[in-house]
Design a protein around this ligand. Structure first.
Ligand code: AMP
Ligand code: FE
Ligand code: FE
Ligand code: ZN
Length: 299
């Protein structure tokens, strides 16, 4: 391999970004475009981690091999943890899974269930929004077709009708959990999902565990409890974590013996997050690869 696209010498550490999204879920770049953008950003290794789907893996693998970047096949799984108080709603927890076997029947069954819940909920939110805004179900379907359906597609339908200028505006108002248009959906318990991911040969890492505005945050005690199910890592360095949160999670990862990752959570034009804005060390990356069922591809 010629490798002229690499911006560093042979002895410099690899640049590794372990969390991105494509049009298979709520990103705006196709899987092949994510690979091209990752190379342009100077990355050596990138994970494609669409919400609740492996649909983008084949295209990304082919592109990674052709373009010369290492792809880590991954997924960000929607789960929920116990409500912090009896009268509160369960907390939405995103669980990254690296290099699991996509043929695992238990995992596939749970994902199919989640997609049913997501589709049902998208329709319910679209119907509520249609009462007050100039959108119809067909407009939403057009945005979500062939993808893991989520609120970003409601935002895109509203943007297309000129109601909002961007996704952020929609999320700050009509799509917020406090909004009258918001509808919850059921997802598997985080600790159970960790066991399923491990059984499928995946490496489970809690995504942005310190991010706010997701219906409450996990406490250190809850993370420690969840860890017992076989968690292997924490995403410490992420745009939605301030310096104090990163310090807290770094200490927690250390005390629980968990791997510590950093990632962009790139969504193309759907979010401000830029590829490579947070990265993972080569040492941690190698430990993830060593524990995963699937090999990395390309490079
Ligand atoms: P859902 O799971 O359908 O409730 O939607 C959550 C998704 O919305 C997450 O995957 C986020 O990536 C996305 N999201 C959350 N806030 C924003 C925002 N301000 N702009 C764009 N996307 C967002
Ligand atoms: Fe997303
Ligand atoms: Fe997430
Ligand atoms: Zn994400």
């Amino acid at each position: 391999m010629v490798g002229t696209q690499h911006h560093h010498g042979p002895h410099e550490p690899l640049r590794i970004d372990l969390h991105t999204h494509s049009t298979a879920s709520d990103g705006t770049d196709t899987p092949a475009q994510v690979m091209a953008m990752a190379i342009a950003a100077g990355l050596d290794v990138v994970a494609l981690s669409d919400h609740d789907t492996e649909r983008g893996w084949a295209e990304a693998s082919e592109a990674a091999r052709e373009m010369g970047i290492v792809l880590v096949r991954a997924m960000e799984i929607t789960t929920s943890d116990l409500a912090p108080t009896p009268d509160a709603k369960p907390i939405c927890v995103h669980l990254l899974s690296y290099l699991h076997d996509p043929g695992n029947a238990a995992l596939a069954g749970i994902l199919a269930e989640t997609h049913q819940q997501r589709d049902l909920r998208l329709k319910q939110m679209a119907d509520r929004l249609a009462e007050d805004f100039p959108i119809e179900w067909e407009d939403v379907l057009e945005q979500a077709e062939g993808k893991t359906a989520g609120r970003p597609h409601l935002a895109d339908a509203l943007i297309k009708k000129g109601v909002f200028a961007n996704r952020d505006q929609a999320f700050a108002t009509v799509l917020a959990p406090s909004s009258r248009y918001y509808v919850r959906y059921e997802s598997p318990r985080t600790s159970e999902m960790i066991s399923v991911v491990r059984a499928a040969g995946g490496v489970p890492v809690l995504a942005h565990p310190g991010a706010k505005a997701r219906g409450g945050q996990l406490t250190d005690e809850r993370i420690a409890a969840i860890c017992e199910a076989g968690l292997l890592g924490l995403e410490v360095n992420h745009r939605e974590h301030d310096a104090a949160t990163r310090a807290r999670l770094h200490a927690l990862a250390k005390s629980l013996g968990l791997l510590e990752t950093g990632s962009s959570d790139y969504h193309g034009r759907g979010k401000e997050n830029r590829l490579g804005e947070n990265t993972t060390s080569q040492e941690v990356y190698e430990q993830i690869v060593a524990q995963g069922f699937l090999p990395v591809v390309g490079g």
